[in-house]
Unconditional design. Structure first.
Length: 450
C-alpha cells in the first residue's frame, strides 16, 4: 500500500526533488571522473544545496557524479545523487532496464521515456554478432541507431560468453571442451547461445550463433566495440567463473579479470571520448577476494564500480555480502549492481549505497503475465481478473497513464488472446512501476527513512 508522507516530510521531499529537477542552482558534493578516489567526500559549504537536472549534460560533455544527500539513518549508506553524462542526467538510485539487442522488447524509445526510463542497458555480445560495431558506428552511434536520446550503458560481452556457455577447464585454465548449454532448448533455439571455445590470457574465443564463424573477444576489442557504439557508460571485459568453482580457480579468475580490466582501462584512456568506464568487482562469496578486488578498483582510474559475479544463493546472502563490501568501495564513485533488479531486492539493497540496478526481469515477467503493484506482484492470466474492471495498481492511480488506463480485465483478455499489444502494455506498466518505486526510494532517503 502506498503510504502518504507527513506534511513536513512531504515538504522536504518537494524542495529536494525540485533541486533534482534543476530548479535550484547551488553547490553540492561533486565528484568528477578525474577525481574519483576512495575515501569520504568533501562537504558542501554551509547552507549550500544540491543541484542537478538537464544542465548537467551541458558541462563539457564529461561524465561526473554528484551526491546530493546521504541518509542520516544510522548504519545506512543510502544516498540520492545525479550521474551526469553527455546524453543527460540520471537521478539515483535508479532502475536500468535491459534491451539486449538494442531494444526493449515491444517498447519504443519514446514509450520507455514516457515510463521514466533514465538509463538503458544494451548487450555488446549481441550487438557485436549483429549488426556489428561498424554498422552502428556508420549510423552515428548506438543512440542514433536505436533512436534513443537518453543515456546508455553497455556491457563487455563477457557475461553472455561465460554465463550461457560453460567451459570445462584444465588446471592451467585452458578449455577442454565446447560450451555446455545452460538454457532450455526451446529458448536457445529462439535466442541463440554463444559457444565458448576457449579462454586464454589474450581473451575468449567463441563461435557465432548466427553463422558459426569463430570470433575472438579481447579486452581491447570489447572496448573498441563500445567506443563504436558511443555508450555513455562502458564495462571492461572480465571473466565470470561458475558458482561452484574451487577456491584456487576463483582466485586465478579474479586475477585474470584484474589484468583484463587493466588492459581495458588502458585502451579506454587512449581516448575517453566523454565515456565513463566502471570497473567490475569480483571474488564471488569470498570476502577476502572481494576486498582485494575492491582495492584494485580503488587504485585505478575507473569512473564507477559495478558489482558482478556470484553474490550468493539467496537474497539474504547477497545482502550480507553487500554489507561487508560497501565500506571498502570508493565513496565518490557511483555503484551499479549487475543483473539484479527485482522489486524486492532493490529496496533491500539501496541502504548499502547501490546507485543503479539493471535487469531484464521486470519486462520479461511482464510478457508472461506478471504485473507489479504496490500491494505485490500478480499474474493477470488468472480467471479472477476476467471481470475485474479496476486499474492494474489500485494503490497508485498515476501508473494507469502507462497503459492508457487499461483495466485488469482488458489485460487478461489481451493475454488470453495472445495479442501483441499485451506485451507492450504489460512491459510499460512494469517499467513505470519500477521507476515509481525508485522515486519513492529517493524520497525515503531524502527524508532519512532508509
Amino acid at each position: 500500500m502506498a503510504v502518504a508522507p507527513s506534511r513536513a516530510a512531504a515538504a522536504k521531499s518537494l524542495v529536494l526533488l525540485g533541486m533534482l529537477a534543476g530548479r535550484a542552482a547551488a553547490a553540492a558534493l561533486r565528484f568528477t571522473s578525474a577525481a574519483s578516489t576512495a575515501g569520504a567526500p568533501t562537504s558542501a559549504p554551509a547552507g549550500a544545496a544540491g543541484v542537478a537536472g538537464a544542465a548537467g549534460a551541458a558541462r563539457g560533455g564529461e561524465f561526473s557524479f554528484e551526491v546530493l544527500h546521504r541518509s542520516r539513518k544510522p548504519g545506512s549508506f543510502a544516498r540520492v545523487g545525479v550521474i551526469h553524462t553527455r546524453h543527460g542526467d540520471i537521478e539515483t538510485p535508479t532502475f536500468v532496464p535491459v534491451g539486449t539487442n538494442g531494444a526493449l522488447k515491444g517498447v519504443t524509445s519514446a514509450q520507455a521515456d514516457a515510463c521514466g526510463v533514465q538509463l538503458m542497458f544494451c548487450n555488446t555480445y549481441h550487438l557485436l554478432v549483429h549488426p556489428g560495431p561498424e554498422v552502428v558506428r556508420a549510423a552515428g552511434g548506438l543512440h542514433a541507431f536505436i533512436g534513443r536520446r537518453r543515456p546508455i550503458i553497455t556491457d563487455s560481452g563477457g557475461f553472455q560468453l561465460f554465463s550461457l556457455g560453460d567451459v570445462a577447464r584444465a588446471p592451467d585454465g585452458s578449455a577442454l571442451r565446447e560450451a555446455g548449454e545452460l538454457k532450455s532448448r526451446s529458448r536457445a533455439a529462439k535466442e541463440g547461445s554463444p559457444c565458448l571455445l576457449s579462454v586464454s590470457e589474450r581473451g575468449a574465443t567463441f563461435r557465432s550463433y548466427r553463422d558459426g564463424s569463430r570470433l575472438l573477444l579481447t579486452p581491447e576489442s570489447s572496448v573498441a566495440a563500445q567506443k563504436a557504439f558511443g555508450s555513455d557508460i562502458i564495462i571492461p571485459l572480465d571473466e565470470l567463473p561458475s558458482n561452484d568453482v574451487g577456491a584456487s580457480a576463483l582466485r586465478a579468475s579474479v586475477s585474470r579479470s584484474h589484468r583484463w580490466m587493466a588492459r581495458s582501462l588502458a585502451e579506454h584512456e587512449r581516448d575517453r571520448a566523454g565515456q565513463a568506464m566502471y570497473g567490475v568487482l569480483h571474488g564471488g562469496t569470498d570476502r577476502a577476494l572481494r576486498a582485494e578486488s575492491a582495492a584494485f578498483l580503488a587504485g585505478a582510474r575507473f569512473d564507477g564500480t559495478a558489482i558482478g559475479g556470484s553474490l550468493g544463493a539467496d537474497r539474504a546472502e547477497m545482502l550480507g555480502l553487500l554489507a561487508d563490501l560497501r565500506p571498502a568501495l570508493p565513496a565518490g564513485r557511483p555503484v551499479h549492481l549487475l543483473g539484479i533488479a527485482d522489486e524486492l531486492s532493490v529496496p533491500a539493497a539501496v541502504p548499502f549505497g547501490i546507485d543503479s540496478f539493471d535487469s531484464c526481469w521486470p519486462t520479461r515477467v511482464a510478457r508472461h503475465g506478471t504485473l507489479l503493484t504496490a500491494a505485490g506482484r500478480f499474474n493477470v492470466r488468472g480467471t479472477a481478473h476476467a471481470r475485474d474492471f479496476g486499474p492494474i495498481d489500485r494503490d497508485v492511480p498515476e501508473l494507469a497513464d502507462a497503459t492508457a488506463g487499461a483495466s485488469r480485465a482488458y489485460m487478461h483478455h489481451l493475454l488470453k488472446q495472445r495479442e501483441p499489444l499485451f506485451a507492450t502494455l504489460a512491459s510499460m506498466h512494469n517499467l513505470a512501476f519500477m521507476n515509481w518505486r525508485m522515486q519513492r526510494l529517493r524520497e525515503a532517503i531524502l527524508n532519512d527513512e532508509l
